[in-house]
Every structure is written in C-alpha cells, then in structure tokens.
Design a protein around this ligand. Sequence first.
Ligand code: E4P
Length: 221
Amino acid sequence: MKYFLDSAKLDEIKVAYEQYGFDGVTTNPKHIMNSGKSFQACLQDIAAYVADKPSFPVSVEINPHLNDATQMVKMAQTISKISTNFVIKIPTNQQGIIAARKLEQQGIRTNLTLVFSPAQAIMAGKVGAKYVSPFVGWKEDYGDDGLQYVQDIMNIYRQYHFDTKVIVAAIRTAKQLETAAIFGADIVTCALSVYEASFNNPYTDLGLETFQNAWDNTKTD
Ligand code: E4P
C-alpha cells in the first residue's frame, strides 16, 4: 500500500519524501489556500521540487467552479504542462466523467475526486481514470460509515478487474488507515499529523519505560 501526503505545503512534502519515503502527494483547493501562496506559485514550487522524482505523482485539482467538460479539459491540459508529475483531480459528476475520459484518452492522468458512492467509483473505473478518491473522513463527519463503501469499491474493482487505483482519502485516524489497508486499498492519503500520530502507540511508550528502567538498573562492572 502506498502512502500519499495530503498537503500543498512544500516543507511538509519535503518531510514526507525525504524523511519517510512516502510515494506521492494529493492537493486540493483548500490545501493550496493553506499554503499561503497563489495557485500558480504553489504549483511552480511543487513542480520544481518533484522535477527529479519521476515516480512521485502529485494530484492537482482544477478550478472547482468549472461545470463544463470542455473547460475542465482545457484547464487540465494547462496544469499538466507544468509538470509531468501532475495528475489532474476532477470532480466526480457528469461533466467531470466526460472530461476525465477525454483526458485519459489524451494520456493525461486523472484522479476522480469527491467520490461518495460505489456507483461513482464504477464510472471512474469504466472511463479509465488513473485514480479514484473516496473521502472516508467527510462521510464520517456526517455520521455515515465511511469505510463500508470503500470495502464495496475494493470488492467491485477486484470483481471487474478495473485498473483504476483507489486512494482512500480524508483519513483522520490510524484506525481508519489500518482498516483501509485491511480492505486492500492501493493508496491512503492524509495529513502529516495523522501519519505521525500513527507511528506511535502507548504500549510502545510503556515498553520503552520498562526497558529504560531495566537499563538504568543493570549491574555495572
Ligand atoms: C483527497 O484527495 C483530499 O485532498 C482530501 O483527503 C481532503 O480531505 P481533508 O478534509 O482531510 O482535507
């Protein structure tokens, strides 16, 4: 399973790649806003950093106001020219599906995002999107079971041999991350803080304390 960082902050992207060896990045308009940079400047900085990392994909979302496939395709083409690492995030709706199909036919990789049902994921698979992103955390924020539909998507994709890779997105806890892995998710994406919290465990801390006591009380020569 691959780990993608969900952020547009260059300092976090560097930590994810250089310290943890993560496999890619996903961004969205919120992350770009939080980078404190303009859309163009943010993309240029990320593009420069990943220029010598050909197998490190970075998902970049088109203008969310676009509601026409032709305009979506046009903007996706412009973004994809900035870096060969860029994968274009397209909203999963009727126009987005049409746009993603055209883009994949042109060799531009897409990430069909904002997926909240298996039916949407099936269509992403059928048009040959490179990635599909179900948003676990957003469903759970509204009291729905965010992981059940991920399991359904995984089962459907296996059954019909879709090549589209599932990025389980908006993960908020280590438990959600583990469950996504148990279901066989190809990729998870979440904030650096969620990953870093998942590296720790209170039993590890307790064990360390036990060993520190033993170390300190070991007979010396
Ligand atoms: C995924 O590709 C999205 O960027 C994402 O996970 C958004 O969720 P958030 O609410 O955690 O930012």
